[in-house]
Design a protein around this ligand. Structure first.
Ligand SMILES: Nc1ncnc2c1ncn2[C@@H]1O[C@H](COP(=O)(O)OP(=O)(O)OP(=O)(O)O)[C@@H](O)[C@H]1O
Length: 609
């Protein structure tokens, strides 16, 4: 699975398109309000100048001072209306600002909701589990979280950018009335600031990208220290200090790297302010000299001081946002890399008919290399599972048994070779149809924080509300009585994460997972059980074997187990070592050849004596 490479410009354009798709209405509202807010300060400056010049004119006229409002209207209607206009403009701009906050929040939430939805929908509908097992892809998934945050920020940046432009344009026009070169000086001084800012953001993102692994590592220590699964062993083995120290080390390393970039950021901000200060002081001195030389009025000082401050503010608002845009562009790239990721396990373009009967499963010269791995986990696997046959896969830890189970369930496709089911290459069968004919209990089965009904019924959705069917499979899995004893029966919430949730023991959870697989039996022709009895006490093992026998009857069953007593009931045993089949046959036949299986069986049997 290759990640696409996007240039910053491509990412920016896609980000902007996504933001506009996410919240078109809110964006229009923000643009409208910013247009009004942007023009407000310039209007306010013009009216301030008129007020000051009006007041100075009255003071210099030698007439008696104005006593009240009526006299002001009669003697200086222009000054009166300038004051009214100034007050109304200021009140209007202020009141608009408060509405703006709400519109901004709506824009931010819409953008976040839309993009988060796209990302989780992509992850949810992605058929390959490599997304959850491959470090490079895991990094991308982790970086999308930051990308979503930054995309949210992009919505703000767009809004602030509009505000900056709408404020800048009238201010530049007003600034040019001081002299044509004033806007040029301010804009000219801003260019190096833009360059500094962009370089800072680029560096800062590189560090963040390189930190993804480190920050995941830090997250792992937090998880280990906070989650119940690890709590007991961490205490029993006194691992707290070790893990705390590791967390501290990762934190310090992350902090040191970030701090270095922050220092560079602080220097960038200082340079920006320095350049801004120099740029704005030149026209400011020019205006003061102009007043002293009689070219400008006192009102002009207020107007021009305001213009310079505002031009500076809006220019630097644009510059800072330009830097932010760059940062956003770099950070949102993983979102698009994830969205563009093409799953390798896809539905075939031309479905082949999937016959209900045939010669069962055939694995032909099958090899498999995990994405990113250099060595194959499975090599040259050839074997067959006939209809109605129960095959048990045995082998030492890491031999490749679970991997073979994943290939049979088409969670991965073989790197070479093929799996044929009733003569059809499984790659040519519609995924949903293929999976509907497989019932699986995985070694690391899911403990859904959901109701008992859902934990079981999700195995076969149409039966979710069928209490009889659910109780039946719970009975088969030997856990019905436990569920009947719960206050709310099938509607009891399982898992401590939920309020009033009930937790089950490891063996009970395993039985629930078995019951879920049993729900599929109506359609399933292949059952795959990976360590189905690992969490069960030996007293009940025999009972579970009986269940297997019932389940397997008339179906193909592939069972992965270290309990070799289970292997005895199999029609055939396949022994894996280092990803290859080294022995195959019935229990008796394998005992007779006195090879690896016989050795494992004898060792295991002697440990029970
Ligand atoms: N997602 C993965 N990416 C890379 N390598 C993997 C992955 N999952 C498993 N492996 C490697 O593949 C090999 C076989 O693993 P697998 O889980 O199939 O063994 P197993 O026979 O089921 O072992 P066990 O009896 O301990 O469950 C191991 O060396 C393991 O490190």
């Amino acid at each position: 699975m290759d990640l696409i490479q996007l240039t910053p410009l491509q990412t920016l354009l896609r980000s902007l398109r996504m933001v506009s798709r996410a919240a078109p209405r809110e964006l229009l509202q923000v643009a409208f309000f910013n247009l009004i807010r942007g023009a407000g300060p310039s209007l306010s400056l013009i009216f301030s100048k008129q007020v000051i010049d009006g007041v100075v004119a009255v003071l210099n006229s030698g007439q008696p001072p104005i006593q009240n409002g009526t006299e002001l209207i009669v003697r200086q209607p222009q000054l009166f209306w300038a004051v009214v206009a100034l007050i109304v403009t200021n009140i209007f701009v202020e009141s608009i600002s408060s509405i703006d906050t709400q519109i901004f929040s709506a824009l931010r939430d819409r953008v976040q909701g839309y993009i988060e939805g796209e990302v989780i929908a992509k992850i949810a509908t992605f058929n390959d589990i490599a997304l959850f097992e491959n470090p490079e892809l895991l990094n991308i998934v982790q970086l999308t979280e930051k990308g979503i945050q930054r995309m949210r920020r992009l919505a703000f940046i767009v809004a602030a950018f509009l505000m900056g432009i709408f404020t800048l344009v009238p201010t530049v026009i007003l600034a040019a009335t001081i002299s044509w070169w004033v806007p040029l000086v301010l804009v000219g001084f801003a260019i190096p600031a833009v360059v500094i800012d962009l370089r800072y953001w680029k560096r800062s993102w590189r560090v963040e990208e390189s930190q993804a692994t480190l920050s995941r590592e830090k997250g792992i220590y937090v998880k280990l220290l906070k989650e119940e699964n690890y709590a007991k062993e961490i205490r029993l083995f006194s691992l707290q200090n070790l893990l705390l120290q590791r967390w501290r080390d990762s934190f310090e390393r992350l902090f040191a790297q970030t701090q270095k970039v922050r220092r560079e950021g602080a220097i960038a901000v200082m340079c920006l302010s320095l350049l801004g200060g120099i740029a704005s002081s030149i026209p400011y001195l020019y205006v003061i000299l102009g007043v002293l030389q009689g070219r400008f009025t006192l009102g002009d000082i207020a107007l021009y001081t305001g213009i310079i401050a505002q031009l500076k503010r809006s220019l630097y608002m644009l510059i800072a946002n330009l830097g932010n845009v760059y940062d956003v562009t770099l950070a949102t790239r993983p979102v698009f890399q994830l969205l563009d990721l093409q799953p390798q396990i896809v539905d075939p373009i031309d479905f082949q008919d999937f016959p209900l009967t045939g010669n069962g499963l055939q694995l032909q010269n099958l090899s498999f290399v995990y994405p990113g791995a250099t060595q194959p986990t499975l090599k040259g696997i050839d074997f067959q599972v006939c209809p109605g046959e129960m095959v048990v896969l045995v082998g030492e830890n890491g031999a490749g048994k679970t991997t073979l189970g994943k290939l049979l369930a088409r969670l991965y496709d073989p790197t070479s070779g093929e799996i044929r089911w009733n003569g059809v290459d499984t790659k040519n069968i519609a995924l949903d149809e293929l999976r509907s004919r497989i019932a699986v209990v995985m070694q690391d089965y899911a403990r859904f924080p959901a109701k008992v009904r859902e934990n079981v019924g999700w195995g076969h959705m149409p039966q979710l509300e069928n209490d009889r069917a659910i109780h039946h499979v719970l009975q088969e899995a030997g856990i019905n009585q436990v569920i009947l004893n719960l206050d709310r029966g099938l509607d009891t919430q399982l898992g401590k994460q939920l309020e009033n949730g009930v937790d089950l023991s490891g063996g009970q959870w395993q039985r629930v997972a078995i019951a879920r697989a049993l729900m599929r039996l109506e359609n399933a022709e292949l059952v795959i059980f990976d360590e189905p009895t690992a969490a069960l006490d030996p007293k009940h093992e025999q009972e579970i074997y009986e269940i297997f026998r019932t389940i397997a009857r008339g179906r193909m069953a592939v069972v992965i187990s270290h309990r070799l007593s289970l292997a005895r009931i199999a029609d055939r045993i396949v022994v894996l070592e280092h990803g290859q089949i080294i022995e195959e046959g019935t229990h008796d036949a394998l005992m007779q050849i006195d090879g690896r299986y016989a050795d494992m069986f004898t060792r295991q049997a002697s440990s029970y004596l």
